[in-house]
Write a protein that binds this ligand. Structure first.
Ligand SMILES: [Zn+2]
Ligand SMILES: [Zn+2]
Length: 142
């Protein structure tokens, strides 16, 4: 067995490479999509490479990829899916969990949600969703 062509990289370089790594087509192509809109729970995707991802709707709302939500997260240092801290009011009012009122496919590459809070600017591409997969294996990878 020849080891020719294998590049040894240090951890930092490996990390940097991982960030720019292009995901293979099977990893960003859904084989099956389940949107539990009626149940109000979340979305599950079985990818063509055999991986499975699941997100709840609140998480997806907090991971909205539109420019406004993205900037807001950058400014407050939140990760996609992280909820806003609730410090604005002492009077805690019951907030119905956010869920989509409409789910629309966008071409072959993405899906769009219209949320109960009226927001609908985010286009969730398959590639984005795969990158924010929250399963244990992906979470470990960082
Ligand atoms: Zn948004
Ligand atoms: Zn995963």
């Amino acid at each position: 067995m020849s080891h020719e062509g294998i590049k040894i990289v240090n951890a930092e370089e490996a990390q940097r490479d991982a960030e720019h790594e292009r995901l293979p087509a099977e990893a960003v192509t859904p084989a099956k999509i389940r949107v539990m809109k009626t149940e109000g729970t979340g979305v599950e995707i079985d990818w063509k490479d055999g991986h499975r991802s699941a997100w709840n709707f609140a998480w997806l709302r907090n991971a909205c990829p539109c420019a406004t939500c993205h900037d807001e997260r950058e400014k407050s240092g939140r990760k996609p899916g992280e909820a806003k801290p609730k410090t604005q009011t002492l009077l805690v009012m019951y907030e119905a969990p956010v869920r989509p009122v409409e789910v629309t496919p966008v071409g072959k590459y993405a899906v769009k949600f219209k949320w109960t809070d009226g927001h609908e600017a985010g286009i969730y591409s398959w590639e984005y969703l795969r990158r924010v997969c929250g399963c244990e294996a992906c979470a470990r990878r960082g």
